[in-house]
Design a binder for this molecule. Structure first.
Ligand code: F6P
Length: 368
């Protein structure tokens, strides 16, 4: 009987459980055995942390948020923080232990569900250790270049849009500017999609360094037209033309990559608006709300399709690939290509044009 192992790594995203469901069901229908590795690679490091997944253990999980396997963004086996006898943290390469357990358990394939960090690690296992790996793309940020869309994104955008819808009434009642910081790392997809759909007056994205005067001019223009409130959506990775990215801590160890923990730009923008535009202004950070809850129908379906497609690829014995969405259909791309570069919002895309044409300020002095 064939045996596979599944892991979910990096930040969670709505739809992870739907992928697990599809992987388990599609494997089961081929008489394969499925194991789940808890918290990324933990189960492959310590086999007590492997769980047997059967149709019975995954029934009912498709509409649920999070991941039944748990996830981590600090679990890179090539650079794992380990406590030594003196209690100090040392960075160790424990990838050989992973490979030993992988072989001992008789797995013929590892399906790694993750964002660019987790997929980069999966690719290293394939390239350097010969592990047969298939990647499934996941991130609310939608910043993977090699797939048209990732699951989790649609749910995150819906959550952010719903929040914006609710803010209109309170902003209007108090004649206030509400600044809303959304996630997305260095890509503006969540900000742009939710901002357009949620009726924002201003959307600030990392792809367009903004001029705060331009934002204040838009608020003044609103006033001239009798609109005494405004909604400003700021992507966490957005930055002013003359300053750097704002972040909470100097360093964050994302799986496989060194990254800063973004956050704080919303408050920065709100402070400047208060000073320059002299408007009563409040800021809020939507944060991890965007990662929670039940996946939308779109995300569920995409996640289920990715899961079933990954099993079809495993059946063909093709590895070091990632399943992807292209032109609405399932395809595969080499993992190496999948982690090559992040997907940014193209400045000439129709969403940018739509935003400008419906009167949304993008923080630059562009005029139609
Ligand atoms: O990549 C997903 C994401 O939610 C980003 O949008 C955000 O910057 C980051 O993860 C937050 O990470 P953490 O869960 O470690 O706070």
């Amino acid at each position: 009987m064939k045996r596979i192992v599944i892991s979910t790594g990096g930040g969670d995203a709505p739809g992870l459980n739907a992928v697990i469901y599809a992987l388990v069901q599609a494997a089961h229908s081929r008489d394969w055995e499925v194991y789940g590795s808890k918290s990324g690679y933990l189960g492959l490091l310590d086999t007590d942390e492997l769980v047997r997944l059967t149709p019975d253990t995954v029934k009912d999980i498709t509409p649920t948020g999070g991941t039944i396997l748990g996830s981590t963004n600090k679990g890179n086996p090539f650079a794992m923080p380990v406590k030594n006898l003196a209690g100090e943290i040392q960075i160790c390469d424990v990838s050989d232990r992973v490979m030993k357990n992988f072989k001992r358990m008789g797995f013929f394939c590892h399906i790694a569900v993750g964002g660019d960090g987790s997929l980069e690690i999966a690719h290293r296992f394939a390239k350097e250790k010969g592990m047969p790996v298939i990647g499934v793309p996941k991130t609310i940020d939608n910043d993977l270049e090699a797939t048209q869309l990732t699951f989790g994104f649609d749910t995150a955008v819906s959550t952010a849009t719903e929040a914006l819808d609710k803010l209109h009434s309170t902003a209007k009642s108090h004649d206030r500017v509400m600044v809303v910081e959304v996630m997305g790392r260095e890509s503006g997809w969540i900000a742009l999609n939710s901002g357009i759909s949620g009726g924002a007056d201003v959307i600030l994205i990392p792809e367009i360094p903004f001029d705060i005067q331009c934002v204040c001019d838009k608020i003044a223009e609103n006033e001239l037209h009798g609109k005494h409130y405004a909604i400003v959506v700021v992507a966490e990775g957005a930055r002013a033309k003359d300053s750097g990215i704002i972040h909470k801590s100097d360093e964050k160890k994302e799986v496989g990559r060194q990254e800063v923990l973004l956050g704080g730009i919303g408050e920065w923008v709100a402070d400047r608006i208060r000073e320059i535009a002299d408007k009563d202004t409040r800021s809020l950070v939507l944060g991890h709300l965007q990662r929670g809850g039940s996946p939308t129908t779109f995300d569920r379906l995409l996640a289920l399709r990715f899961g079933a497609a990954a099993i079809r690829v495993a059946e063909k014995g093709e590895f070091d690939l990632m399943v992807a969405l292209e032109g609405g259909a399932m395809t595969t791309v080499p993992l190496a290509k999948a982690v090559e570069k992040r997907k940014k919002v193209p400045l000439d895309c129709d969403k940018i044009m739509t935003a400008r044409e419906i009167g949304i300020c993008l923080g630059d002095f562009y005029r139609i």
